[in-house]
Design a protein around this ligand. Structure first.
Ligand code: MEV
Length: 318
């Protein structure tokens, strides 16, 4: 039997992180150049199911039953097992990922989506994208407490989206490819820790924090239109305003601020932290002609890794 193979991309939040947790809209885009790949084979004549983790720097083989109760891999698999009424067959699952962990690029959501898609196909269950998304969210909930759901949604649907907790997800059209550079601060922070920090700040200073969250919501609305019509300068300006607002929420760091500044000095049209913040990656938008200069400037100013890619998205059916 050929292996079942499923993949899920990384993501960036182009506008609106943190405010989206409080019901404001946000824009997220899948990043196909980084992915989680899951392949599953039946473990015929084996007593146990095995998970093989294959990353660039380390390899590890673990028995499925030896995974911690709250392990995201175990939770995602169990969520799919719960859909069948019989004992699931033993399996051998190999997971490899090029998405940096705890870096704001959606590694945990991509893992949940790829496992859900792969395991459901292995068991012969058809799941719609909406169903995959619900299961991936369940797994995200265990890890992040109360995530907004934007990460699993953009990764499940594989398309730029405008997301808010109370509205139906809508696809965003980006007619002309936009060049982006993602730069790593080299620092790792758990999203849930930064989400808690913002929550604490909101509790302490509601009069200061509430208007900032509303301001971010307003920037997202403007950005949706600017993205559709490819108004790059406006997109860049809105990103910088979004970064300043995130900094006021307490989500930035010295390293993120430095990389944002570096990219602007070297000709980027705009830049901001992306995802939870406090570390991880930042994103800069640039004209094709200035991408090279922005990238080398970021490396000189401390970026430990660069991903240079484009974002684009014409509307497609769900
Ligand atoms: C994480 O990618 C984005 C945050 O807004 C958290 C969330 O939406 O759950 C920081």
């Amino acid at each position: 039997m050929p292996a079942i193979i499923s993949k899920a991309s990384g993501k960036i939040i182009l506008f609106g992180e943190h405010a989206v947790v409080y019901g404001y809209p946000a824009i997220a885009v899948p990043i196909d150049t980084i992915q989680v790949k899951v392949s599953i084979l039946p473990a015929i004549n084996k007593e146990q199911s095995i998970i093989k983790l294959r990353n660039i720097n380390w390899h590890d083989d673990v028995l499925f039953t030896a995974l911690d109760e709250n392990d995201p891999i175990r939770i995602s698999i169990k969520n799919v097992f719960a859909l069948i009424n019989q004992t699931p067959p033993h399996f051998e699952m190999t997971i490899s990922s090029s998405i940096p962990i705890a870096a704001g690029l959606g590694s945990s959501a991509a893992l949940a989506v790829a496992i859900t898609k792969g395991m459901s196909r292995f068991l012969g269950i058809y799941l719609s994208n909406d169903e995959i998304n619900v299961l991936a969210y369940k797994s995200e909930e265990i890890q992040h407490g109360s995530p907004s759901g934007i990460d699993n949604s953009v990764i499940t649907f594989g398309h730029p989206i405008l997301y808010s907790k109370s509205k139906e997800i809508s696809q965003i059209e980006i007619r002309n490819a936009i060049h982006i550079i993602l730069a790593d601060t080299g620092k790792r922070t758990l999203t849930k820790d930064v989400v808690s920090l913002v929550k604490k700040n909101l509790k302490k200073k509601p009069d200061v924090i509430k208007p900032i969250l509303a301001e971010i919501g307003g920037l997202v609305e403007k950005a949706t239109d600017a993205l559709l019509y490819g108004r790059l300068k406006e997109i860049g300006n809105l990103m910088v305003r979004n970064h300043i607002a995130l900094k006021k929420l307490g989500a930035s760091s010295i390293e993120l601020d430095q990389l944002v500044e570096s990219s602007l000095i070297n000709g980027a049209l705009g830049a901001k932290l992306c995802g939870g913040g406090k570390g991880g990656y930042m994103v800069a938008v640039c004209e094709p002609a200035s991408c090279e200069r922005v990238s080398s400037g970021l490396v000189s100013d401390g970026a430990t890794h660069i991903i240079s890619t484009t974002i684009v998205g014409s509307k497609k059916g769900k």
